[in-house]
Design a protein around this ligand. Structure first.
Ligand code: MG
Length: 458
């Protein structure tokens, strides 16, 4: 059986491996498994209207009623599925991928992407085509609804709107031509901010910058922050679940630092709170949670892993280093607009700039690299690493994470799609982090060479 679902739904190149036949079947399978009332939304991609129609056709054919929310941020669709008590939702988006891609994110009735066991059921039914088209008089109906206002109201209900208004912040926003342009400037305006934007025209070809916001492609936002003396800058990915911030100097803050700022504030107000984050996250997050008397639950890498762990263990906070803030009191999924409102709220309550809030946090240094390794020997390479390395603690939730002491660690993760290992290290100094990556990269290369040699001669 082929593997349709990646770490965030089904994705592919539009009209190639991701095509209308696949989407129609996938939607029919989802409708059969999830229930009768299904929301459909989409992003601005040039192929999204096409795949929206395919999804709607598949859903109607198995007797589902379709609630079409039009173009909107993914978190707005997720929020609306739960608010309107629908059976599930399909979001046509390839998130932050290049414009030639498209995809579907499948939500359960709680608005969170469906868990692994349901993905497997949907996948099986999509591939077998064993769903039933209904009789002519049982075909579903399409209704249209505007849900963005409710979503924005919900985001604002979790922060001190009056307090933020009083602070009179200036905010620079870079939607990257994506769907956040429909919500983020409104959120900031309703919080009394002066709003400046760049790349805010809706355009599924993403002419402004790559859809994935990264420290190295936010020059325009950084310049805007400086030119307007903004208090912060924020950039979103194509479907507005991920956000990346700059401080008042236009310096980009890593996702981990933003999570730590939110977590530190939350645990001050709710001592003993727990937080969910993947094994690849920085220790700065653990530090602030432990200081607040709480604990951190580490998961495999992937936002759905975080969301599902939050739901299962009733945990309020989650974070993903690539710019995902999951705020349970609102909804246990990544939500870029919620992240923006939370950061502004913390700034006004603490009376500190974003740069100052960042400076309060412990400082750690990261290094990353990748190393080639054929897929079939990855498990044996990991076993031999575990056998060779002397360390007080080794975590095997996702790949192998080796803790040399409290603050120095390295993570080896086998890529699910490429013949490589990803290496992440964190340490007290940049030199130590670089050294951890360099030494362990050599160790893997040696192990791979040995195993390959054994294969050739054996
Ligand atoms: Mg996204």
């Amino acid at each position: 059986m082929g593997k349709l679902f990646g770490s965030n739904g089904v994705r592919g190149v539009a009209n190639k491996d991701f095509n209308i036949e696949l989407v129609t079947r996938l939607a029919a399978a989802c409708g059969t498994i999830l229930g009768k009332e299904i929301a459909v939304g989409r992003d601005f991609r040039t192929t999204s209207p096409l795949f929206r129609n395919a999804a709607v056709a598949g859903l109607l054919s198995v007797g589902c009623n379709v609630h079409d929310f039009g173009v909107l941020p993914t978190p707005a669709l997720q929020h609306s599925v739960r608010r309107l008590r629908l059976s599930g939702g399909l979001m046509i988006t390839a998130s932050h991928n290049p414009p030639r891609f498209n995809g579907v994110k499948v939500m359960a009735s709680d608005g969170v992407e469906i868990p692994k066991r349901l993905e497997e059921k949907v996948e099986e039914l999509t591939l077998s085509g064993d769903f039933e088209a209904v009789e002519w008089d049982k075909v579903g109906k399409v209704t249209y609804a505007e849900v963005l206002t409710h979503y924005i109201d919900a985001v604002l209900s979790h922060v001190d709107v009056g307090g933020i208004k009083k602070a009179g912040f200036k905010v620079s926003i870079d939607p990257g031509n994506g769907t956040s342009t429909l919500a983020a400037p409104t959120v900031a305006q309703r919080l009394g901010c002066s709003v400046y934007t760049v790349n805010s025209e809706p355009d599924g070809r993403f002419p402004g910058r790559e859809s994935e916001p990264r420290p190295d492609n936010l020059e325009a936002l950084r310049a805007l922050v400086k030119a307007t003396s903004s208090d912060l800058g924020v950039a979103f990915d194509g479907d507005a679940d991920r956000s990346m911030f700059t401080d008042e100097y236009g310096e980009v803050l890593w996702g981990d630092r933003i999570i730590a700022i939110v977590a530190k504030d939350y645990t001050k107000r709710h001592p003993g709170s727990r937080l969910v984050t993947p094994v690849s996250s920085s220790k700065v997050i653990t530090d602030v949670i432990v200081e607040g008397g709480g604990s951190v639950l580490l998961t495999k890498v992937g936002s759905v892993e975080i969301s599902r762990a939050m739901v299962e263990h009733r945990i309020d906070l989650g974070g993903e280093e690539t710019g995902g803030i999951l705020y349970g009191p609102h909804q246990p999924v990544r939500d870029g607009c919620m992240a923006l409102a939370l950061i502004l709220d913390i700034m006004q309550r603490r009376g500190k700039s974003l740069g100052a809030l960042d400076n309060e946090l412990p400082k750690y240094y990261q290094a990353k690299d990748r190393v080639q390794c054929p897929n079939d020997i990855k498990p044996r390479v990991l076993e031999s690493l575990v056998a060779r390395v002397k360390a007080p603690h080794i975590d095997r939730k996702d790949g192998v994470k080796i803790f040399f002491d409290d603050n120095n660690w390295i993570l080896f993760r086998p890529s699910g799609t490429e013949p490589i290992f990803r290496l992440y290290a964190e340490a007290d100094t940049q030199a130590r982090a670089d050294e951890l990556v360099a030494t362990n990269k050599r160790l893997i290369e040696e192990t791979v060479a040995k195993l390959e040699h054994a294969r050739v001669t054996g």
